[in-house]
Design a protein around this ligand. Structure first.
Ligand code: PLP
Length: 359
C-alpha cells in the first residue's frame, strides 16, 4: 500500500464496534480487569493506552518497522534511548545535531558516564569507532546546516553497533531509515508528524523485538508517556502528512531558488528534499532585520507545521553549543533557518522580500 494511504487510514487496529472512522480518545488512566490474573490487554495508561497504541502501530507501519513507542516529546524519546547505555559506553553522533540532543548528550549522558564523538562522513565515523562504541546516532539532514549522510553506507560499516536515526526532518514520507539498515528510528512528532504547531510528541520505531522490550520497559519505568489526547492529535496530523510534505517541499524548492538569487543572501543550504531551508545573509543586521520584520512568517522555534517559522539558531535552537563549536559548524549570527509552511509560496517570498527591503 502506498505510504499516503497508510497516513490517511493509520493502522488496522480497531477498539470498538461502532464503526467510528476516527480512533476514539480513551481518556482513562486505568483499565478494569475481567478477573484475577486477567487483563483486557490494557492495565494502566503509562504502560499502554488504546489511543497511544494506535499511534504506535501507525508510526511502525509508516517506518516499515514492527514496533512503535510514543513519548511526551522528542527529547523524552531520546532520553529513554540513552537509558540503553551504561557508564563507559561510547556513541558516535552526527556533527551538527539538533541543539537539544547535543545538550542532552553533553550535560546529562556524559555526566552518566557515556562519551560521544562527532562526525558526518562515513569514513570519519568509521575512524571514531572504538571497542567501547555501542551506537551511531545520525541526524540526516542535519539541523541546521542540512548536511546529509548516506544511511545505507553507515549501515554497511556499523558492524554490531546500534544505528539510530533521527528522521524528524524528512519523515517516513521521504526517508525510511529502517529500510536502509537502521535499527531504531526516532522522531520529534512535534514537527511534521503532528504538523500543526499544537502538540509535543516523541516516537521511536524498531523491528527488533528484544530492543522493543527493553525500550518499553524503560518507557513505562521512566514514565514520559504521551497523553491519549495528544496521541489523537498526532494521529490526526499524520492523516495529511503526504499532502503537507508535498506542498511544503514544493514551496521550499521555489523559495530556496529565490533566496539564491537575492543580493542580501550569501549562501542557501537546501538538500533538495523536504521543507526546511537554512540560509546565510550578508550581515548580522540583515539577519536581525528579517527576524523582526517578517509578518506572515513567525519568528519562533520549531518547524514542520502549517505556519511558516523562521528561527535564529545562534540564539535559539543551538544557543547551548559552545561558541567555538557553533562557529566551526557555520552556525553564526548571519544564519537563519526557515521552516516552510502551507501558506502560498508567493506570499512567503513577498514577506521575505519586504523584510529584506526594510534595511
Ligand atoms: C525538535 C527536535 C527534537 C526534539 O523534539 P521535541 O519534541 O522538541 O522534544 C529532536 N530532533 C530534532 C531533529 C528536532 O528537530
Amino acid at each position: 500500500m502506498d505510504i499516503s494511504t497508510i497516513c490517511v487510514h493509520g493502522c488496522d487496529k480497531r477498539y470498538d464496534t461502532t464503526g467510528a472512522v476516527s480512533v476514539p480518545i480513551f481518556s482513562s488512566s486505568t483499565f478494569a480487569h475481567p478477573g484475577v490474573g486477567q487483563s483486557t490487554g490494557f492495565d494502566y495508561s503509562r504502560s499502554l493506552n488504546p489511543t497511544c497504541e494506535y499511534l504506535e502501530h501507525t508510526i511502525a507501519a509508516l517506518e516499515s518497522g514492527s514496533h512503535g513507542i510514543v513519548f511526551s516529546s522528542g527529547m523524552a524519546a531520546i532520553s529513554a534511548l540513552m537509558e540503553l547505555f551504561s557508564p563507559g559506553d561510547h556513541i558516535v553522533a552526527s556533527d551538527d545535531l539538533y541543539g537539544g540532543s547535543y545538550r542532552l548528550f553533553s550535560h546529562i549522558s556524559q555526566k552518566n558516564g557515556v562519551t560521544f564523538s562527532y562526525a558526518n562522513a562515513p569514513e570519519d565515523i568509521e575512524k571514531l569507532i572504538t571497542p567501547a562504541t555501542k551506537a551511531i546516532f545520525l541526524e540526516t539532514p542535519t539541523n541546521p546546516m542540512m548536511r546529509t549522510t548516506d544511511i545505507a553506507q553507515i549501515a554497511k560499516i556499523k558492524r554490531n553497533l546500534l544505528l539510530i536515526v533521527d528522521n524528524t526532518f524528512l519523515t517516513p514520507y521521504l526517508q525510511r531509515p529502517l529500510e536502509l539498515g537502521a535499527d531504531i528510528v526516532l522522531h520529534s512528532g512535534t514537527k511534521y508528524l503532528g504538523g500543526h504547531n499544537d502538540t509535543l510528541a516523541g516516537l521511536l520505531v524498531t523491528s527488533d523485538s528484544a530492543l522493543n522490550e527493553k525500550l518499553r520497559f524503560i518507557a513505562k519505568t521512566t514514565g514520559a508517556c504521551l497523553s491519549p489526547f495528544d496521541s489523537f492529535l498526532i494521529i490526526r496530523g499524520i492523516k495529511t502528512l503526504a499532502v503537507r510534505m508535498e506542498r511544503q517541499q514544493e514551496s521550499a524548492r521555489i523559495i530556496a531558488k529565490w533566496l539564491g538569487e537575492q543580493s542580501e543572501v550569501a549562501a542557501v543550504h537546501y538538500p533538495g528534499l523536504g521543507g526546511m531551508i537554512s540560509f546565510s545573509v550578508k550581515s548580522e543586521q540583515v539577519a536581525v532585520k528579517i527576524l523582526e520584520s517578517v509578518k506572515v512568517i513567525k519568528y519562533a522555534e520549531s518547524l514542520g507545521g502549517t505556519e511558516s517559522l523562521i528561527t535564529y539558531p545562534t540564539l535559539q535552537t543551538h544557543a547551548d553549543i559552545p561558541e567555538n563549536e557553533r562557529l566551526a559548524r557555520g552556525i553564526d549570527a548571519k544564519l537563519l533557518r526557515l521552516s516552510v509552511g502551507l501558506e502560498d509560496a508567493k506570499d512567503l517570498i513577498d514577506d521575505l522580500r519586504g523584510a529584506m527591503r526594510e534595511i
